[in-house]
Design a protein around this ligand. Structure first.
Ligand code: GDP
Ligand code: MG
Length: 162
């Protein structure tokens, strides 16, 4: 079986956009409305000749009561099935309570976590990305899933963690 990389994070941070960027297709559903991704959609991806399975997580209803709990549950499930976790945070918003909750689950998982500071669309935004050090998950890697900025560098880090 191929190694599994699970993409985890609260709704609307750009997980599906990043998945599309990585697989080079537009199969993951991107929506301005949070929570449209169905539960755990799986893709096969290749980077520098290495094949791996990429799992796009989501599917919770943002209006549901206890959403924070459901996000944490999803993170737990993803952590269990993954070899490496790609944790996506929206650097333009900064760290939210939901991000903290996911971060706590991932820190406890013992699995390697790569922290992506998404929506860093330009150099000025890189300052915002530094705020993600507070999650206690090491270095935040600034990327723009929308524009493709530094997504190759991020994949190098993910594959190194496998
Ligand atoms: P998901 O819920 O985490 O899967 O997030 P989506 O991939 O559906 O993206 C949510 C919204 O964020 C969409 O409007 C995307 O176009 C937008 N988005 C995703 N990545 C970026 C980025 O790098 N920069 C900016 N400015 N917007 C982004
Ligand atoms: Mg999605």
């Amino acid at each position: 079986p191929l190694p599994v990389v699970a993409v985890v994070g609260r709704p609307n941070v750009g997980k599906s956009t990043l998945v599309n960027r990585i697989i080079g297709r537009r199969e993951a559903v991107v929506e301005d409305v949070p929570g449209v991704t169905r539960d755990r959609v799986t893709y096969e991806a290749t980077w520098r000749g290495r094949r791996f399975t990429l799992v796009d997580t989501g599917g919770w209803d943002p209006d549901a009561t206890g959403m924070a709990l459901r996000i944490a549950e999803q993170a737990q499930i993803a952590a269990e099935l993954a070899d490496v976790i790609l944790f996506v945070v929206d650097a333009s918003v900064g760290v939210t309570d939901s991000d903290e909750a996911v971060g706590a689950v991932l820190r406890r998982s013992g699995k390697p976590v790569v922290l992506a500071a998404n929506k860093v669309d330009n150099q000025l935004m890189e300052l915002e990305a530094a705020g993600l050090w507070s999650l206690g998950l090491g270095e935040p890697y600034p990327v723009s899933a929308l524009h493709g900025r530094a997504s190759g560098d991020l994949l190098d880090v993910v594959l190194d963690a496998l």
